[in-house]
Design a protein. Structure first.
Length: 156
């Protein structure tokens, strides 16, 4: 069963990269903070690049609310490292190569090959306050919608 608002966020520890530094990232690292999980299908693809670049350009809006953005896809840390360096991303990209986290969040598409483009906002206590799973990943949630979801989560 897919998790949604009101559910406890599935725990995770995944390898990733931020600012060229590789390390493990865990849900517990962000206890007490609002977390925005951005599940995307693939590095260096047209829509994913546009989506992550838009969030990176608007990062000050997320930072201003004390929210941490994490990009997550099934590609390797090496792929993420090259993608982040090429695009100048200032937020971590995490590698869910076995798609176990994607399965836990219910965002792996039919056949188990690709992620559905999805966003989850997790409040400081580890509860999901917002969830969006795209049926077709040709569009993505814009920053104002995510900022509104973060503000609603923090006001609750």
């Amino acid at each position: 069963m897919a998790v949604g608002p009101g559910d406890r966020a599935p725990d995770f520890t995944l390898p990733g990269v931020q600012d060229g530094v590789r390390r493990d990232f865990s849900l517990g690292d962000y206890a007490g903070r609002t977390l925005v999980l951005v599940f995307y299908p693939g590095d260096n693809t047209a829509v994913c690049t546009k989506q992550l670049c838009s969030y990176n350009a608007d990062l000050s809006e997320f930072d201003g609310l004390g929210a941490q953005l994490l990009g997550i896809s099934p590609q390797s840390v090496e792929s993420h490292e090259a993608f982040a360096a090429k695009q100048g991303f200032a937020f971590p990209l995490l590698a869910d190569t076995d798609k176990a986290l994607g399965e836990a969040y219910g965002i792996v598409g039919l056949g188990g090959s690709l992620y559905k483009r999805s966003i989850f906002v997790i409040d400081g206590s580890g509860t999901i306050s917002y969830a969006h799973r795209a049926l077709v990943g040709l569009t993505f949630r814009k920053t104002p919608e995510l900022v509104a979801a973060i503000k609603a989560s923090q006001a609750a």
